[in-house]
Write a protein that binds this ligand. Structure first.
Ligand code: ADE
Ligand code: ZN
Length: 335
């Protein structure tokens, strides 16, 4: 098994990180105070109680209920900055060099907070991460799939200036997967793409949904990346396609265990993906909720795949760099 020091030193790229999912209990409670928030009566009352709750979730929806309650404590531009800056500081210590990070504007605009407030706070943290840590980053705006597609079109309209000027680099799709298949969002993806030809497209698919959700995201939404995608393992033709078109799967090992998608990281089809030349990266998803940032995910995978040598890990790190949406010059510097 490779050492934790080796994994720490590997230049790591993160492609699947929800900024709202980095809200640690020890920031959540101070924000409750700072912003005078009333939490639901049955919400845990202390950092310890909340950490206890985060030990296991029944499924994706059980987690999402806590996640959306957590987002309610974020009000001011400074709150969004503080949240993202805390993430960059932690990830920097773990050897992060490039991050493509999600955020969910609709979980804030639905509470009367403008998309400018959210986007500017997050972007300011990205700018600081570049200056202080040389970490490059991209913002990916996600649509919440439990929100009506017509509403999502309005969100795209609100985000238009940021899509046009490139502040938002990519569009994603998250939240409860199974009841809301990709075909519902075809118009949203078309509309967003029409605003900027450089806008990249991705979507959560094949986390709890079937391999068909992955194929549909590729065919109907025209995405060039798949978030999670682990259920692609059950469709041979799809695996060939992912390898042929070098579609990056952004895998989140600790998340998959915490949400009971698998019982252990060893069940993940990572060896199959390597053998079939399907590129993937390893990511933390919602680290405040799932018990680990990017390095803890790398370390857990190394324990569950102890036969992977330095060369294999080098290949994984390179696939993550090559699958990134940064400029070619940055890629070459990282390779
Ligand atoms: N939002 C935050 N984390 C998510 C995940 N793992 N799946 C779907 N939506 C999410
Ligand atoms: Zn996710």
């Amino acid at each position: 098994m490779v050492s934790a020091e080796f994994l720490q030193e590997l230049p790591k790229c993160e492609h699947h990180l929800h900024l709202e999912g980095t809200l640690e209990p020890d920031l959540l409670f101070p924000l409750v105070k700072r912003n005078n928030i009333t939490l639901p009566d049955d919400f845990p009352k202390s950092v310890e109680e909340l950490n206890e709750k985060y030990k296991q979730f029944r499924d994706l929806q059980d987690f999402l209920d806590y996640y959306y309650t957590g987002t309610n404590v974020l009000i001011k531009e400074q709150d969004f900055f503080d949240l993202a800056w805390a993430y960059f500081q932690k990830a920097h210590k773990q050897g992060l060099v490039h991050a493509e990070v999600f955020y969910d504007p609709q979980s804030h605009t639905s509470r009367g907070i403008s998309i400018e407030t959210v986007t500017k706070g997050f972007q300011r943290a990205c700018d600081k991460a570049l200056i202080e840590f040389k970490i490059t980053s991209k913002l990916i705006m996600c649509l919440l799939r439990h929100i009506e597609p017509e509403e999502c079109l309005k969100t795209i309209e609100e985000a238009t200036p940021f899509i046009k000027d490139g502040t938002i680099s990519a569009l994603g799709l998250d939240s409860a997967e199974k009841p809301f298949p990709p075909n519902l969002f075809v118009e949203c993806y078309q509309k967003a793409s029409s605003l900027n030809e450089n806008l990249r497209l991705t979507a959560h698919a094949g986390e709890e949904g079937t391999a068909q959700y992955v194929s549909d995201a590729l065919d109907l939404l025209q995405v060039t990346r798949i978030d999670h995608g682990i259920n692609s393992q059950y469709d041979d033709e799809l695996l060939d396609r992912l390898a042929r078109d070098q579609i990056l799967l952004t895998i989140c090992p600790l998340s998959n265990v915490k949400l009971q998608v698998v019982q252990s990281v060893s069940e993940l089809p990572l060896q199959k993906f390597l053998d079939r030349n399907v590129p993937f990266s390893l990511n933390s998803d919602d680290p405040a909720y799932f018990g680990g940032y990017i390095l803890e995910n790398y370390v857990q995978v190394s324990k569950d795949f102890p036969h992977w040598d330095h060369k294999t890990w080098g290949r994984i790190a390179k696939n993550a760099i090559n699958g990134s949406w940064c400029e070619n010059k940055r890629k070459n510097d990282l390779l």
